[in-house]
Design a protein around this ligand. Structure first.
Ligand SMILES: [Ca+2]
Length: 269
């Protein structure tokens, strides 16, 4: 499995070499559709699957997974359905992306950052539990800063059924406005943090693992360790959205994060 995920990271990295352009370009001179909702607006009836896009700010096209139905048209940036693809990775992997687009993957912070720079985007988080239930959270004005900001997270108005775990179940753990942390990059605001009254935590990634916009660790982390049914409650590291289920940390069966422009494309008549 390690070899499998290593190869996928390499493939995504190779694709990425040509993806960020050095000179500015407008929407008129990109070579492809800027996102999945553009594809479905101008070439409707596409099925969900892997498509080529070329958002503003990219010199070459690259592949993403498009969700083409249900609750709208979305460009997927994260998916978890099991434990086969490891998410316990370093900064470079989270920057460039890893996994398999049609399966479990992380699209990559650099791509997400450049994409969300160009216009206003909405983020949708879908969560599935082991009991047949699901919940969602949507945020207006989702944006990820560039690497000089440590890919700082910015979200606007929340709506949904899962609760606003980004802004936290506990006082003072707002992840909005925080940089990204991985096991080799610590931007979590803990120096140290005292959790549960008596646990001193210097690095959230040592406990929660994965990579995330940790702020004093906080209530959301969908990139921790995946746990199977019956063994998914109470772990420090899991697929956590603590405003959804608790009080013991509940690790979701599956998760998905995806984005779409806030202003729909208009067909010219
Ligand atoms: Ca720290």
């Amino acid at each position: 499995m390690e070899g499998l995920s290593g190869w996928s990271g390499l493939l995504l990295t190779l694709v990425f070499i040509c993806s960020v352009q050095t000179q500015k370009s407008g929407p008129g001179n990109t070579g492809g559709p800027p996102d999945c909702s553009y594809i479905q607006t101008f070439s409707p009836h596409g099925a969900s699957g892997v498509y080529n896009i070329q958002p503003e700010g990219f010199r070459c096209s690259f592949q993403v997974y498009c969700e083409m139905g249900g609750h709208g048209i979305w460009t997927v940036i994260q998916r978890r359905t099991g434990g086969a693809v490891a998410f316990d990775r370093e900064w470079a992997a989270y920057k460039n992306g890893f996994g398999f687009l049609a399966w479990d993957h992380w699209l990559g912070l650099e791509k997400i950052s450049v994409m969300t720079k160009s216009k206003r985007w909405k983020l949708r988080v879908d969560l599935w539990d082991f009991e047949g239930g699901s919940a969602y959270a949507e945020y207006d004005d989702f944006r990820v800063g560039d690497e000089s900001t440590n890919y700082r997270l910015s979200v606007g108005r929340y709506r949904g059924t899962a609760g606003d775990a980004i802004r936290g179940a506990y006082h003072g753990v707002d992840q909005n406005g925080f940089g990204f942390s991985t096991i080799d990059r610590d931007n979590d605001g803990c120096d140290p943090c005292i959790l549960f009254g008596d646990i001193y935590v210097g690095k959230c990634t040592e406990y929660d693992r994965g990579g995330w916009w940790y702020s004093k660790c906080g209530s959301a982390n969908l990139n921790g360790d995946w746990h199977p049914k019956g063994d998914n409650i109470g772990w420090f590291s899991g697929l956590h959205w603590l405003t959804w289920k608790g009080p013991a940390p509940y690790s979701a069966r599956a998760t998905r994060m995806m984005i779409t422009p806030m202003l729909p494309y208009q067909k010219m008549s």
